[in-house]
Structure formats: C-alpha cells, structure tokens
Ligand binder design. Structure first.
Ligand code: TRP
Length: 340
C-alpha cells in the first residue's frame, strides 16, 4: 500500500531560527519518524531567487546552512527525500503548462502575494518571476502528488491556488493526473508564530531578534537573558505581567507536559510579585537547552563534512527528479503533447 505523501519546503535565505523549528521543522521530524507518510522536504532556492535575483550568493550559502539545520533537527535522508528545487528542471516545465490555466487577475488577488509585494517595496517593478511564484509552488506540490502540505497559515492562499490549478488541469484535460493537496497547519497557536526575543510579532534576521539552531550555548544564554519581559516589572517584589512577556510565551512553547504545573505556579508567583526576571529566564534557558543542545551538537558534527551533506542533497535531488519526471510525462500525455 502506498503511503500518503507529505511535501514541504523552505526558502533558503539564511539559517533557520527556533521559530522555524517549533513552527514546522519539529513537526516534520515527528511525522518522518512515525513512518506513516512519504516525506519530501526541499530547499526552495528558485523561489528564493524570485526576490533575490541580484544576490544569489545569499541563497547559495544558505543551502548548506539550511541542510545542516534539517539534519541537526533530525530529518534523516534514509527516511525522507531531501532535495534542492533548482535541480529539478521538471518543476519549471510544469509551471509553464500551469501558467496557461491561471489569469493575471487571479494572481493579483492572492492575499499572500499582495502582502509580500507591499512588504518588499517592489513598487511598479514587481519581478514577473515573483508574481507567478504561486504557480511554481503549485508545480512543487503537484509534481510529487503531495496529499498533505504542512505550512504556516500565511501559506493558505498558496494551497488554495494549487487546488484550483489541480481541478482546472484535471477538468481541462479530462484526466485525473494531478492530486488535490490539503494544507496542514500548526495546531499550537503559540508555536505557530513564535514572536521575536524583543516581542516583535515576527522573528527575523533583519530585526536581529532571533535565536538560531546554529547559535552556540553562550549566544543562546545572552539572548535569553536579554529577552523582553514586562517593562514595568522593575523590582522583584513588583507584580509582573504575563501577557506580552516573551519569557512566559516561550515557556508555553518549549515547556513539556511535565513542566506545565511548574510553569503555572511561576506565572502565578510572577503576577503576585516576588519572582524576578533573572530567575524566570534561567528556568527558560534550562528548558530550551534541553532541546537545543543536542541539535547544536549534531549540527557541529554534520558540519565537519560538508561534502557528505552535499552528496546527501544530490542523492535526494536525483530521487525527487525521478518522481517529478513521472508526473511531467503524465501531464504531457494528458495534454497530448507527445510527438515521437
Ligand atoms: N512559500 C514557502 C515559504 O515561503 C516555501 C515553499 C515553496 C513551499 N514551495 C513550497 C512550501 C511547496 C510548501 C510546499 O515558506
């Protein structure tokens, strides 16, 4: 019996931070280890280039870093297919055929694209490749006949657009070649969108408010000790606030079932007054390090042999390419584009 297929990817625009980890990477590793699905995980370098065309170096360097983050977090090339988008030319070919099924107006209405266009300040000069990336993303998903796509809620419009393309293709060419995927969204709200250390809604490189899987123990300690808490909690005996206090937000995300009672007691104590920030931060650091220290060690270990990391990506890309080529040939057959 064939297993349901899960596919997901990241734009390699820098190292992965703990927001990526708790929001998605951790769950992928769990899914992989359950063994009930076939997992495809990929580095979406082509998509990253749609807004980094003049700065390919950042993307190229990030490939190695994100691959290390994957391996360190527990993705295992023996169990999952890990690959690089640009090494699968079939994806670009599928994109060409799908583009004819999507109107410009439909792309313009994609809410994620709209938001990103505003954020990135393209003005009147939106790169065409960027504008059509939702179609390329549909190619990524359908090439592997993915049933499930674990992504953040910001990606909902991409899944919706992919589903439309699938229906349109199968209907237009009177076939059942493409599979309609479902999005899989984080069930833990607190983890789904981990805010930055400074309380900003987004953890990002440009805001310099993140903790990276590659950070060493000292750096993590410094970052945790500088986290945003309650600016009005000045003396230890003052009552403190939990809402918007990043230490407690992170405790809710990183604490295990067994930590829950202790965390609840600390919250109570903090609000009553008499519990200092240094204490809460030390406690958080211990809890986070339980999870981050083994990841960091594995990362250092894998980083000793980058040749091996790239070989793993090469093998994964070859395997992925075969799957994509199979779908492409079915797509062309459905359209009747088979001349010889
Ligand atoms: N758009 C996704 C992001 O920005 C990355 C991505 C590209 C992706 N292709 C995909 C995710 C296919 C899931 C499936 O995070």
């Amino acid at each position: 019996m064939t297993k349901p297929i899960i596919l997901t990817g990241d734009r390699p625009t820098g190292k992965l931070h703990i927001g990526h980890y708790v929001g998605s990477l951790k769950n992928r590793v769990l899914l992989q280890n359950e063994g009930k699905h076939d997992l495809f995980v990929f580095l979406a370098d082509q998509q990253a280039l749609t807004d980094h065309a003049k700065d390919p170096q950042t993307i190229v360097e990030s490939i190695g870093n994100v691959a290390l983050d994957y391996l360190a977090a527990g993705l295992d090339p023996e169990k999952s297919t890990i690959f690089i988008q640009s090494q699968i030319p079939e994806l670009a070919e599928l994109t060409m055929y799908y583009m004819n099924l999507v109107s410009l107006g439909r792309l313009e209405r994609n809410p994620t694209v709209k938001t990103e266009i505003a954020q990135k300040g393209f003005g009147e000069s939106i790169p065409t490749g960027f504008f059509v990336y939702p179609i390329a993303q549909a190619a990524d998903i359908t090439a592997f006949k993915a049933n499930l796509v674990p992504v953040g809620t910001d990606q909902k419009p991409m899944i919706e657009q992919t589903r439309e393309i699938v229906r349109s293709f199968n209907h237009t060419y009177n076939c059942e070649v493409l599979v309609e995927p479902e999005g899989m969204y984080p069930d833990n709200e607190a983890a789904g969108r981990l805010p930055g250390l400074d309380g900003n809604a987004k953890m990002s490189k440009s805001l310099n408010n993140g903790i990276y899987l590659a950070d060493d123990a000292d750096t993590v300690k410094k970052k945790v000790m500088s986290m945003y808490t309650d600016p009005n909690h000045i003396r230890i005996e003052d009552p403190g606030k939990i809402e918007g206090n990043m230490v407690f937000h992170y405790l809710d995300v990183f604490g295990s079932e067994e930590d829950k009672a202790e965390i609840a007691a600390m919250k109570e104590h903090y609000q009553r007054g008499g519990l200092g920030d240094v204490k809460t931060k030390r406690y958080l650091l211990d809890i986070m390090e339980r999870e981050l220290a083994p990841i960091r060690e594995r990362r250092l270990e894998f980083a000793k042999d980058m040749g091996e990391v790239y070989r793993m990506l090469e093998v994964g890309s070859e395997k992925a390419r075969q799957a994509a080529a199979q779908t492409l040939s079915e797509v062309k057959a459905a359209m009747g584009i088979q001349y010889f």
